[in-house]
Design a binder for this molecule. Sequence first.
Ligand SMILES: [Cu+2]
Length: 190
Amino acid sequence: MRGRRRFGHALAGSRTRCGARRAADRGALRRSGGRGLDRGDERSRTVTIDERSRTVTIDLVAGSTDSNNRWNFNGYANGEATVVVPEGYTVTVNFENRDPVNYHSVGVLERAASYPAIFDDAVPVFEGAITANATSMTEATAPAGGTETISFTASTAGDYALVCPIPAHAVTGMWIGFEVSASGDSGLRT
Ligand SMILES: [Cu+2]
């Protein structure tokens, strides 16, 4: 009974976005100053760029699909996708946790071949680039619709990762790539 209700709730929360999001994002990388590639449906975009104000908004959902037992970002885990933002831009991440059961977090951490089961401390690459209580299984962003917004400056080009540092999450795949591009590229690479 309990499981059935949870499942129904999770479906209702994600049914209009997951499929469209993945289809629209595919190949949607664009270069600032050049011709935009397929922008897809505005509602389904993961990365929205404003070149005039040099800002990027990332809509990131934990557990939007049941992929990797919901330990995913926008349906992606194990580095299956990479969010790309231009160097020097101000980045806002609107983070939502639709996993019906587990708390989740997100932070920009160094890209690594593997991540520890337990983080002694999760220090973000850029100041402010991590959600509150990021290593806590009980005080991070709450399941079933909890939200948090973080903002930071992507000041140095490089290959990083969006990681959930709650114990056992990253080591079982709850991370995707995060690239700060010197070229001005932005979007979601899959
Ligand atoms: Cu997590």
